[in-house]
Write a protein that binds this ligand. Structure first.
Ligand code: AKG
Length: 286
Protein backbone atom coordinates (compact mmCIF):
# COMPACT_ATOMS: atom_id res chain seq x y z
CA UNK A 1 0.00 0.00 0.00
CA UNK A 2 2.80 2.42 0.95
CA UNK A 3 6.27 2.74 -0.59
CA UNK A 4 9.34 2.37 1.60
CA UNK A 5 9.94 6.14 1.11
CA UNK A 6 6.47 6.90 2.47
CA UNK A 7 7.05 4.67 5.48
CA UNK A 8 10.43 6.28 6.12
CA UNK A 9 8.85 9.74 5.92
CA UNK A 10 6.14 8.69 8.38
CA UNK A 11 8.84 7.37 10.73
CA UNK A 12 10.81 10.63 10.48
CA UNK A 13 7.88 13.07 10.64
CA UNK A 14 5.63 11.15 13.01
CA UNK A 15 2.55 11.49 10.80
CA UNK A 16 1.23 10.62 7.36
CA UNK A 17 -1.79 12.08 5.60
CA UNK A 18 -3.34 9.44 3.32
CA UNK A 19 -6.03 10.93 1.05
CA UNK A 20 -8.96 8.75 -0.08
CA UNK A 21 -7.86 5.66 1.83
CA UNK A 22 -11.37 4.64 2.85
CA UNK A 23 -14.06 4.12 0.23
CA UNK A 24 -17.74 4.99 0.67
CA UNK A 25 -18.74 1.51 1.93
CA UNK A 26 -16.27 1.70 4.86
CA UNK A 27 -17.33 5.27 5.61
CA UNK A 28 -20.96 4.19 5.79
CA UNK A 29 -20.05 1.49 8.32
CA UNK A 30 -18.01 3.97 10.35
CA UNK A 31 -20.90 6.44 10.31
CA UNK A 32 -23.22 3.76 11.66
CA UNK A 33 -20.63 2.78 14.29
CA UNK A 34 -20.19 6.42 15.28
CA UNK A 35 -23.94 7.00 15.62
CA UNK A 36 -24.46 3.81 17.65
CA UNK A 37 -21.70 4.93 20.02
CA UNK A 38 -23.11 8.46 20.32
CA UNK A 39 -26.59 7.07 21.05
CA UNK A 40 -25.30 4.48 23.56
CA UNK A 41 -22.40 6.00 25.46
CA UNK A 42 -20.21 3.75 27.56
CA UNK A 43 -19.29 4.45 31.19
CA UNK A 44 -16.04 5.95 29.82
CA UNK A 45 -17.78 8.66 27.82
CA UNK A 46 -17.16 12.33 28.60
CA UNK A 47 -19.19 15.46 27.84
CA UNK A 48 -16.40 18.01 27.86
CA UNK A 49 -18.58 20.90 26.72
CA UNK A 50 -22.30 21.48 26.56
CA UNK A 51 -22.63 25.28 26.35
CA UNK A 52 -21.98 27.29 23.18
CA UNK A 53 -21.02 24.11 21.38
CA UNK A 54 -20.66 20.44 22.16
CA UNK A 55 -17.58 18.32 22.67
CA UNK A 56 -18.34 14.68 23.43
CA UNK A 57 -15.93 11.78 23.45
CA UNK A 58 -16.13 8.06 24.19
CA UNK A 59 -13.77 5.15 23.79
CA UNK A 60 -13.38 1.40 23.72
CA UNK A 61 -16.63 0.32 22.11
CA UNK A 62 -15.25 -2.18 19.58
CA UNK A 63 -16.70 -5.09 21.53
CA UNK A 64 -20.27 -3.87 21.31
CA UNK A 65 -20.44 -2.38 17.80
CA UNK A 66 -20.50 -4.81 14.89
CA UNK A 67 -19.76 -2.13 12.28
CA UNK A 68 -16.60 -1.08 14.12
CA UNK A 69 -15.47 -4.69 14.07
CA UNK A 70 -16.26 -5.01 10.35
CA UNK A 71 -14.11 -1.96 9.55
CA UNK A 72 -11.20 -3.07 11.71
CA UNK A 73 -11.21 -6.65 10.48
CA UNK A 74 -11.90 -6.06 6.80
CA UNK A 75 -11.09 -2.52 5.64
CA UNK A 76 -7.58 -1.44 4.56
CA UNK A 77 -7.17 0.74 7.66
CA UNK A 78 -5.44 -1.82 9.87
CA UNK A 79 -3.30 -3.09 6.96
CA UNK A 80 -2.11 0.48 6.48
CA UNK A 81 -1.21 0.77 10.17
CA UNK A 82 0.56 -2.62 10.10
CA UNK A 83 2.72 -1.32 7.26
CA UNK A 84 3.55 1.92 9.05
CA UNK A 85 4.55 -0.01 12.18
CA UNK A 86 6.29 -2.71 10.10
CA UNK A 87 4.43 -5.22 12.22
CA UNK A 88 3.28 -8.67 11.12
CA UNK A 89 0.70 -8.84 13.89
CA UNK A 90 -1.59 -6.10 15.15
CA UNK A 91 -3.82 -5.73 18.23
CA UNK A 92 -6.39 -3.08 19.06
CA UNK A 93 -5.43 -0.72 21.86
CA UNK A 94 -8.67 1.23 21.71
CA UNK A 95 -11.12 3.01 19.44
CA UNK A 96 -12.41 6.48 20.27
CA UNK A 97 -14.97 8.92 18.93
CA UNK A 98 -14.95 12.71 19.12
CA UNK A 99 -18.12 14.67 18.40
CA UNK A 100 -17.71 18.41 18.06
CA UNK A 101 -20.55 20.70 17.13
CA UNK A 102 -20.90 24.48 16.91
CA UNK A 103 -18.36 26.53 18.79
CA UNK A 104 -16.65 23.51 20.28
CA UNK A 105 -13.44 24.18 22.14
CA UNK A 106 -9.97 23.03 21.17
CA UNK A 107 -8.73 19.60 22.19
CA UNK A 108 -5.65 20.70 24.10
CA UNK A 109 -2.14 19.98 22.89
CA UNK A 110 -0.91 16.67 24.22
CA UNK A 111 0.84 13.42 23.40
CA UNK A 112 -1.04 10.13 23.73
CA UNK A 113 1.80 7.91 24.86
CA UNK A 114 1.99 9.13 28.48
CA UNK A 115 -1.62 7.96 28.92
CA UNK A 116 -0.80 4.58 27.38
CA UNK A 117 0.35 1.63 29.46
CA UNK A 118 3.19 1.20 27.02
CA UNK A 119 6.90 1.97 26.70
CA UNK A 120 8.03 4.10 23.78
CA UNK A 121 8.03 2.08 20.56
CA UNK A 122 7.45 2.54 16.84
CA UNK A 123 5.05 -0.38 16.92
CA UNK A 124 2.11 1.74 17.96
CA UNK A 125 0.12 4.12 15.80
CA UNK A 126 -3.19 5.92 15.57
CA UNK A 127 -5.54 6.73 12.70
CA UNK A 128 -7.57 9.96 12.82
CA UNK A 129 -10.62 9.80 10.55
CA UNK A 130 -13.11 12.63 10.04
CA UNK A 131 -16.53 11.63 8.74
CA UNK A 132 -17.26 15.28 7.87
CA UNK A 133 -15.37 17.51 5.43
CA UNK A 134 -13.19 19.97 7.31
CA UNK A 135 -11.04 22.96 6.42
CA UNK A 136 -7.46 22.61 7.68
CA UNK A 137 -8.08 25.11 10.47
CA UNK A 138 -10.69 22.85 12.10
CA UNK A 139 -8.84 19.56 11.75
CA UNK A 140 -6.23 17.84 13.90
CA UNK A 141 -3.02 19.85 14.25
CA UNK A 142 0.36 18.18 14.72
CA UNK A 143 3.93 19.25 15.45
CA UNK A 144 6.13 17.33 12.98
CA UNK A 145 8.96 15.26 14.46
CA UNK A 146 7.91 15.93 18.06
CA UNK A 147 7.52 12.14 18.53
CA UNK A 148 11.33 11.98 18.62
CA UNK A 149 11.53 14.75 21.24
CA UNK A 150 10.73 14.63 24.93
CA UNK A 151 7.74 12.90 26.41
CA UNK A 152 5.71 15.38 28.47
CA UNK A 153 3.39 14.82 31.39
CA UNK A 154 -0.23 14.29 30.35
CA UNK A 155 -2.72 17.16 30.47
CA UNK A 156 -6.19 17.03 31.98
CA UNK A 157 -8.41 16.33 28.93
CA UNK A 158 -11.21 18.42 30.46
CA UNK A 159 -8.89 21.33 31.37
CA UNK A 160 -5.94 21.08 28.98
CA UNK A 161 -4.04 23.95 30.64
CA UNK A 162 -3.73 21.77 33.77
CA UNK A 163 -1.46 18.81 34.35
CA UNK A 164 -3.13 15.45 34.99
CA UNK A 165 -0.77 12.92 36.56
CA UNK A 166 2.97 12.78 36.87
CA UNK A 167 5.03 10.41 34.76
CA UNK A 168 8.16 12.29 35.86
CA UNK A 169 8.35 14.49 32.78
CA UNK A 170 8.03 18.23 32.04
CA UNK A 171 4.63 19.83 31.36
CA UNK A 172 3.48 20.20 27.75
CA UNK A 173 4.76 23.55 26.44
CA UNK A 174 2.14 26.27 25.93
CA UNK A 175 2.00 25.89 22.16
CA UNK A 176 -1.12 28.04 21.80
CA UNK A 177 0.60 30.99 23.47
CA UNK A 178 3.57 30.75 21.06
CA UNK A 179 2.07 29.27 17.90
CA UNK A 180 4.51 31.24 15.72
CA UNK A 181 7.44 29.48 17.35
CA UNK A 182 6.18 26.03 16.45
CA UNK A 183 5.88 24.23 13.15
CA UNK A 184 2.20 23.26 13.08
CA UNK A 185 0.68 21.17 10.32
CA UNK A 186 -2.96 20.32 9.56
CA UNK A 187 -4.84 19.17 6.49
CA UNK A 188 -8.04 20.05 4.70
CA UNK A 189 -9.83 16.76 5.16
CA UNK A 190 -12.50 14.99 3.15
CA UNK A 191 -14.30 11.85 4.30
CA UNK A 192 -12.08 8.92 3.34
CA UNK A 193 -8.84 10.77 4.11
CA UNK A 194 -6.89 9.42 7.08
CA UNK A 195 -4.22 11.09 9.19
CA UNK A 196 -1.91 8.57 10.86
CA UNK A 197 0.11 9.75 13.85
CA UNK A 198 2.67 8.27 16.17
CA UNK A 199 1.19 8.65 19.68
CA UNK A 200 4.18 10.55 21.02
CA UNK A 201 3.57 13.28 18.42
CA UNK A 202 2.34 16.54 19.95
CA UNK A 203 -1.15 17.11 18.61
CA UNK A 204 -4.39 18.93 19.36
CA UNK A 205 -7.82 19.37 17.77
CA UNK A 206 -8.55 22.85 16.46
CA UNK A 207 -11.65 24.64 17.81
CA UNK A 208 -14.78 24.85 15.71
CA UNK A 209 -17.25 27.51 14.59
CA UNK A 210 -21.02 27.74 14.51
CA UNK A 211 -22.71 25.66 11.84
CA UNK A 212 -19.89 23.13 11.73
CA UNK A 213 -20.01 19.53 12.89
CA UNK A 214 -17.08 17.16 13.25
CA UNK A 215 -17.56 13.41 13.71
CA UNK A 216 -14.15 11.85 14.21
CA UNK A 217 -13.15 8.24 14.81
CA UNK A 218 -9.68 7.36 16.02
CA UNK A 219 -8.25 3.85 15.95
CA UNK A 220 -5.21 3.01 18.01
CA UNK A 221 -3.27 -0.21 17.52
CA UNK A 222 0.02 -1.81 18.46
CA UNK A 223 2.38 -4.52 17.26
CA UNK A 224 4.38 -7.30 18.92
CA UNK A 225 7.17 -5.00 20.13
CA UNK A 226 4.95 -2.83 22.38
CA UNK A 227 5.78 -3.52 26.03
CA UNK A 228 3.72 -3.03 29.18
CA UNK A 229 4.55 0.04 31.25
CA UNK A 230 2.16 0.60 34.18
CA UNK A 231 0.93 4.21 34.50
CA UNK A 232 -0.38 6.10 37.52
CA UNK A 233 -4.06 6.24 38.39
CA UNK A 234 -5.90 8.47 35.93
CA UNK A 235 -4.48 7.13 32.69
CA UNK A 236 -6.99 6.28 29.98
CA UNK A 237 -8.16 3.99 28.68
CA UNK A 238 -7.77 1.74 31.68
CA UNK A 239 -7.36 -2.02 31.56
CA UNK A 240 -8.33 -3.18 35.03
CA UNK A 241 -6.49 -6.34 36.01
CA UNK A 242 -3.82 -6.08 33.31
CA UNK A 243 -1.02 -5.86 35.86
CA UNK A 244 -2.20 -9.19 37.27
CA UNK A 245 -1.63 -11.02 33.99
CA UNK A 246 1.57 -9.43 32.63
CA UNK A 247 4.71 -7.89 34.11
CA UNK A 248 6.17 -4.47 33.38
CA UNK A 249 8.40 -4.77 30.31
CA UNK A 250 6.56 -7.82 28.95
CA UNK A 251 5.01 -7.57 25.45
CA UNK A 252 1.46 -6.28 25.75
CA UNK A 253 0.16 -8.94 23.38
CA UNK A 254 0.90 -11.59 26.00
CA UNK A 255 -2.32 -10.38 27.62
CA UNK A 256 -4.31 -10.95 24.43
CA UNK A 257 -5.41 -14.47 25.32
CA UNK A 258 -6.25 -13.34 28.86
CA UNK A 259 -9.16 -11.10 27.93
CA UNK A 260 -7.29 -7.96 26.84
CA UNK A 261 -6.52 -6.47 23.40
CA UNK A 262 -8.31 -8.00 20.43
CA UNK A 263 -6.12 -9.32 17.65
CA UNK A 264 -6.82 -7.63 14.31
CA UNK A 265 -4.03 -9.01 12.07
CA UNK A 266 -3.87 -11.70 11.06
CA UNK A 267 -7.64 -11.57 11.24
CA UNK A 268 -8.56 -14.23 13.80
CA UNK A 269 -10.45 -17.27 12.61
CA UNK A 270 -12.87 -16.67 15.45
CA UNK A 271 -14.02 -13.07 15.08
CA UNK A 272 -15.34 -11.37 18.18
CA UNK A 273 -18.92 -10.56 17.13
CA UNK A 274 -20.88 -7.79 18.84
CA UNK A 275 -21.32 -8.39 22.57
CA UNK A 276 -23.89 -6.89 24.85
CA UNK A 277 -22.69 -3.81 26.69
CA UNK A 278 -24.02 -5.53 29.76
CA UNK A 279 -21.54 -8.36 29.51
CA UNK A 280 -18.66 -5.96 29.07
CA UNK A 281 -18.97 -3.98 32.28
CA UNK A 282 -16.59 -6.18 34.24
CA UNK A 283 -13.22 -7.32 33.03
CA UNK A 284 -13.66 -5.21 29.96
CA UNK A 285 -11.31 -5.89 27.10
CA UNK A 286 -12.16 -2.85 24.93
O1 AKG B 1 -9.91 14.99 17.34
C1 AKG B 1 -9.52 15.61 18.29
O2 AKG B 1 -9.93 16.73 18.58
C2 AKG B 1 -8.45 15.07 19.17
C3 AKG B 1 -7.94 13.72 18.78
C4 AKG B 1 -6.87 13.28 19.71
O3 AKG B 1 -6.32 14.01 20.48
C5 AKG B 1 -6.42 11.90 19.72
O4 AKG B 1 -6.93 11.10 18.93
O5 AKG B 1 -5.54 11.58 20.54
Amino acid sequence: MFSSDQIETYRAQGYMFAPKLLTANWLRLLETAFQKNLDNPSPWAGEYQRKGGRFFTDNSNFSVIQEMQDVLYDSPIVDAMAELMEADRVWLYYDQIFFKEGEAVRTGWHQDIPYYVMDYTDQVTGAWISLDPLPANMALEVVPRSHRGPMYNPVNPKKPTEGFFDVGNPPVPDIEADRGDWEIVSFETDPGDVLFIHPQLLHGGAPMVNGQQRRTVTLNVFGPEARFCPRPEGHAPTFPGLEEVIEAGEPLWHAADKGFFHQLRPVPEQRLGARDRHDMMHGRAA
